[in-house]
Design a protein around this ligand. Structure first.
Ligand code: KG4
Ligand code: ZN
Length: 342
């Protein structure tokens, strides 16, 4: 044992569900001793999106060095760990399998329990890493590249999904629009950057609200409206302002997310909103929610941008709470690409 850690809970968190290989060492739920993220973004950028086969190969190459670096930076060895937590879904099957099989082997070898983590749950748990004072019930707006959910979070491990996207996720729609505008992958941060120079009122893109009482989302039609505007202009030989389109679409997505979040808060009377997922890094979304919630006496909590996109620290944080419950995975744990929150 490297330090006297016998009475501490030391979790190694591992994330490989998409295009980031990441590992983190976390002490007692909030003391992050190391955090390593190896991103494949530059590899996938030339294809305009994540290529699953390449992603799994990259994870295989980087998995072991990333874990070793996380342990080294924390000044610890496998013998110091209380448990190893790993994402087992949702995500790309090949990518998930690298993490799950690697974590199983390491946990078995180290003689410590294995914890299987739902990636969606971990995005929400990223908030617990930096905010120790969160009290249930909480409402979470989880917006990533693959999911858009409004979730009532009643206690650790107890969720009720109040609304979800019926088609594209918010991040997916931003990525697709960005790609059509000729912007690099991932599109969300590019849309945010380019939108700074644009006029958000320039185009009146639709805001899909669905049925009046629905907390579900639908971003596919909103995305198609932008693509149709672009195609029609191109056919007429007109050039459109990329910053104006980016700013107007970003505004439309944020408007819908904020309006649905406000509806959910009113309906549940919950006083804290957690933002989570890659799109939670969006500045306009944070600022708009901040303004709308402060006048309603609702607290807005969000992770630092580095903990919004995929990372091992959020896996370790979720792992800590599972550890406290003694919620360990069997050695037969498998990747579940379509795993959801029920
Ligand atoms: O959570 P995440 O890293 O991966 C998934 O689990 O999907 O989310 C990635 C998504 C991408 O669609 C990316 O474009 C979006 O998050 N994103 C952003 C920003 N940063 C990342 N969207 C809007 N504004 C940002 N600043
Ligand atoms: Zn994610």
């Amino acid at each position: 044992m490297t330090e006297n850690l016998k009475s501490e809970v030391v979790i190694l968190g591992i994330e490989t569900s998409c295009d980031e290989t990441s590992a983190a060492v976390l002490l007692n739920g909030t003391d992050l001793r190391s955090h390593v993220i190896s991103s494949q973004i530059t590899t996938h950028q030339k294809y305009g999106g994540v290529v699953p086969e390449i992603a799994s190969r990259e994870h295989s190459l980087h998995f072991q060095p990333v874990v070793q670096q996380a342990l080294d930076e924390a000044g610890l060895t496998f013998g110091d760990l209380s448990a190893i937590a790993v994402t087992y879904g949702p995500g790309l099957v090949g990518s998930l399998l690298v993490g799950v099989s690697g974590a199983k082997a390491m946990a078995y070898g180290a003689g410590v329990p294995l914890i299987g983590i739902n990636h969606l749950e971990a995005h929400i748990y990223a908030n617990f890493l930096e905010h120790r004072d969160l009290e249930f019930p909480l409402l979470a707006l989880l917006v990533s590249g693959g999911h858009s959910h409004l979730i009532l979070f009643e206690a650790h491990g107890q969720y009720k999904v109040l609304g979800r996207t019926r088609d594209d996720a918010a991040g997916e729609a931003l990525d697709k629009v960005a790609r059509t505008l000729g912007l690099a992958y991932p599109g969300g941060p590019q849309i945010q950057r380019v939108a700074q120079e644009g006029d958000a009122q320039a185009y009146a893109f639709p805001r899909a609200m669905l049925e009046p009482d629905s907390l579900d989302f639908s971003f596919s039609g909103m995305k198609s409206a932008v693509l149709n505007t672009l195609n029609s202009a191109r056919m007429r030989g007109e050039t459109l302002s990329v910053p104006d389109i980016a700013a107007s679409f970003q505004q439309a997505v944020v408007d819908v997310l904020v309006r649905k979040a406000l509806m959910a808060l009113e309906r549940t009377d919950v006083k804290t909103l957690l933002l989570a997922g890659g799109v939670a890094a969006n500045k306009l979304l944070r600022e708009t929610l901040d303004q709308s919630l402060s006048v309603r006496g609702v607290r807005l909590v969000y992770p630092s941008p580095i903990y919004c996109t995929d990372n091992g620290a959020m896996i370790a944080t979720a792992g800590y709470y599972h550890y406290l419950e003694g919620d360990f995975a069997p050695w037969t744990l498998n990747a579940v690409p379509g795993l959801n929150l029920t």
